[in-house]
Design a binder for this molecule. Sequence first.
Ligand SMILES: Nc1nc2c(c(=O)[nH]1)N=C([C@H](O)[C@H](O)COP(=O)(O)OP(=O)(O)OP(=O)(O)O)CN2
Length: 165
Amino acid sequence: MESSNTVQIELDNQSLHFSCAHFTVFSAKSRERLHGHNFTVRARAWSSVGNNGLAFDYNELKTALRTICQRLDEYTLIPLYSPYLDIKEQGEYFSVSHNQQTMLLLQSDTLLLPVSNITLEELNGFIIEQLQSRSLFERLSIERFELSVSSGPGQRVKRELRVQP
Ligand SMILES: Nc1nc2c(c(=O)[nH]1)N=C([C@H](O)[C@H](O)COP(=O)(O)OP(=O)(O)OP(=O)(O)O)CN2
């Protein structure tokens, strides 16, 4: 029986993590308190093995993921597109208001991400968009891709992408 020429390359190195503070906003009147996680990222990529016995150099994918994680690491993450937050610049701070409460966060320690909530779902989508912006899937001839983002043991969100050949 001939085996498939398509392999699955999985990356879940310890370096694919970022430590951030956030709060999930559930509604106009409900949110979590500000807290933190050590988020971890795991990627699976399906690709065909070429005549030289290589599917693609997974260091390119690992380096891209590591760079994205490093750029998020040690920040408070705030969703720029949340319908329930009012975000303003105030001197060296961002003032972030929700349900008549306002927190002041140092801009130097805060990232406004182009997402609607700081959830595993939205972080997953953000990281995939960062990879797509590098045309990584086309450049590495990745046919199918799965990204998993976890906020701790036992809870993760996975998203699968079928990249057009
Ligand atoms: N669909 C989603 N639901 C929730 C998300 C999410 O990202 N997507 N996130 C949260 C909370 O931010 C997150 O779960 C808070 O962490 P929590 O589980 O409360 O605390 P720990 O990670 O320390 O886990 P414990 O089980 O409490 O030890 C909620 N919902």
